[in-house]
Design a protein around this ligand. Structure first.
Ligand code: SF4
Ligand code: SF4
Length: 130
């Protein structure tokens, strides 16, 4: 669903989500060693040509990581990009394995919640990204 509002996203609500989970999320983003070991456990990565944008860590960094990096100050365009990652590149199957214990689906799920809070949602008739 494309958000047609001309107003900026509700930053207060976004920040409240980020603040609630800040300790765990920021720690996970910090300790990620960018080792790529989580990649092979993600069937989306494996079945879509092993492209970097499908790596679990990449999806985590460019969705919830971006929201923290920008301290919630994101525009609609950025939220749309995050939506694409959080829904079309991840199904929250919880199969990705990180030896450092980073819970990637939990992080992507938070990115979804933030998009949902701004009514930035995938269209039901949208197919999965190829
Ligand atoms: S999430 Fe874990 S397995 Fe994946 S790159 Fe980061 S540290 Fe490595
Ligand atoms: S939860 Fe998302 S990133 Fe993890 S294995 Fe499933 S589809 Fe891949």
């Amino acid at each position: 669903m494309k958000n047609i509002s001309t107003e900026a996203p509700d930053q207060k609500t976004i920040v409240s989500f980020l603040t609630r989970y800040k300790t765990k999320m920021k720690l996970s983003l910090k300790v990620c060693a960018h080792c790529g070991l989580c990649a092979e456990s993600c069937f989306i990565y494996v079945t879509r040509g092993r492209k970097p944008e499908y790596m679990p860590s990449h999806k985590m960094i460019h969705s919830i990581g971006k929201l923290y990096k920008k301290k919630g100050r994101v525009n609609w365009e950025t939220l749309e990009e995050i939506k694409e990652i959080a829904w079309k590149r991840c199904v929250l199957c919880t199969r990705c394995y990180c030896p450092l214990g980073i819970d990637i689906p939990e992080m992507i799920s938070l990115a979804r919640s933030i998009c949902r809070s701004q009514n930035v949602l995938p269209d039901f008739d949208e197919g999965n990204e190829k």
